[in-house]
Design a protein. Structure first.
Length: 455
């Protein structure tokens, strides 16, 4: 055991890892372990609770043991042997932890300890004008390059991380020293993100910057896609905000913000041909409440419902004749597939169904999502269900069922089902003062922005 400057003993990295692993093994409050057959006959509310709770195990028992952050992925039977963690997935996991505390699966003290441990890692680690890398080493916080030239700041993953951290800052509202200190640390990190740096002085945000490669990837962030949350947070930032013009002249200048179009007799306000993958209706809207959220471009509740129902009707009509598709088997989004990883959507449909697509759409299509949930369990059973909930994807016609669980797919299942049930995360995020200020700057309307709302 090492000593600090005062000569006192302090735990080494190895000591911390051993302690964390022991703690994780003893954490049984995440819930009983269910097999698919245990769930089939449960009433709807009990079924949703069981699905959320077992999925939460990914972020609690399946987390990287030193940092407590979310692994990018794991499998049905074993955790990955390395310490790679995902920044965006960790943000989703933080929101899932709030659900877990509120529902009593873990205690507030346990959640606070885990969140504090996460901040202990990200606070001192290398950042890139305040933003973090897509992946990092959980044991050290060092960058784990996503690719050769993507070895620096990832603005979108950083936005997903802080969507979760700001919800945690709002949730841990007690005047105790530990909760007060956590809030202060999150506020400090939030204030250090130089969103305006990531515009390169232009009217758009850029996704990546690296001290080794600069802005060489040159990926400007324009919509319609999962990135709305980044613009909202960038305008809302306390120290380094962007000009609202970047939203209008950057994100909303895309051809996907053209006139509404109709697919399967449904009008779609925004987006590409037939709507795109369904995670676009989930990632930004884990925190942003689309109910009554409008700007000059769209009503975002109408947008997300239409997007979901187009995806659903495509699977019901099944124009490509894929085996298994139907009114109780639907959901196309980015996920693993038999050939690797792909952004499945109606315009790029290879017969792969991703359970997260339907289950994270509970707020928008509750009847259709419940039918899919029960069908997945009844027809495929433990082929699609495991220790951390539903596996990432499956293809009945290729007799392929994923062996993996992904943080960015498990997190939305927990959070969006909770938003459907109680609105918990929506209510936390939408009452954040900085976020309300940013939405007003961008010209949004929302019930949360009305006089007296959110008090």
């Amino acid at each position: 055991m090492a000593k600090d400057k005062a000569g006192k003993k302090k735990p080494s990295k190895g000591d911390k890892k051993i302690a964390a692993e022991k703690a994780a093994k003893g954490m049984t409050k995440a819930g009983p372990f269910y097999k698919a057959a245990d769930l089939i006959d449960l009433p709807d509310e009990e079924l949703l609770e069981a699905v959320q709770r077992q999925t939460f195990r990914f972020f609690w028992e399946g987390a990287e043991p030193v940092s407590g952050m979310a692994r990018d992925r794991t499998t049905r039977t074993v955790d990955t042997p390395n310490d790679l963690v995902a920044i965006g997935g960790t943000g989703f996991g933080i929101m899932a932890m709030i659900v877990a505390m509120e529902r009593g699966w873990i205690s507030r003290a346990e959640g606070l300890e885990r969140l504090t441990r996460i901040v202990d890692v990200i606070e001192p680690t290398t950042c890139f004008h305040g933003a973090y890398s897509h992946f990092m080493h959980g044991e050290t916080g060092k960058v784990w390059p996503f690719s050769r030239k993507d070895d620096g700041g990832d603005l979108i993953e950083t936005a997903f991380l802080f969507q979760g951290l700001l919800c945690a800052r709002e949730y841990f509202d007690a005047a105790t020293p530990a909760e007060t200190r956590l809030r202060q640390r999150i506020t400090g990190l939030w204030g250090e993100i130089e969103w305006n740096w990531y515009t390169q002085g232009r009217h758009a945000l850029y996704w990546h910057w690296s001290p080794n490669n600069g802005f060489v990837l040159d990926h400007d962030i324009h919509g319609w896609n999962e990135c709305l949350i980044a613009y909202v947070m960038a305008v809302s930032a306390p120290r380094y905000p962007i000009d609202p013009a970047a939203y209008h002249r950057g994100f909303a200048a895309s051809k996907d913000f053209g006139a509404p179009r109709r697919y399967y007799e449904i009008e779609l306000p925004l987006g590409p041909d037939r709507g795109g993958p369904l995670f676009w209706a989930h990632y930004s809207f884990m925190g942003l409440d689309p109910r009554g959220l409008k700007d000059r471009y769209a009503d975002y509740w109408q947008q997300n419902v239409a997007h979901t129902m187009i995806n659903y009707r495509h699977c019901v009509l099944n124009p490509h004749g894929h085996k298994g598709y139907g009114p109780d088997c639907w959901g196309l989004t980015a996920s693993d597939d038999p050939d690797g990883y792909a952004a499945h959507q109606p315009s790029e449909d290879n017969g792969v169904i991703s359970p997260t697509a339907a289950l994270s759409s509970f707020p928008y299509a509750p009847k259709e999502a419940m039918a899919a949930l029960r069908h997945f369990l009844a027809k495929y059973g433990d082929k699609v269900w495991g220790r951390f909930g539903f596996v990432d994807a499956f293809s009945e016609e290729r007799d392929w069922f994923a062996d993996t669980f992904l943080s960015i797919d498990q997190g939305p299942i927990i959070v969006m089902i909770e938003n459907y049930r109680t609105g918990l995360i929506w209510n936390l995020f939408m009452r954040i003062p900085e976020i309300q200020g940013g939405l007003r700057k961008l010209g949004f309307e929302s019930p949360y922005l009305e006089a007296g709302a959110g008090a």
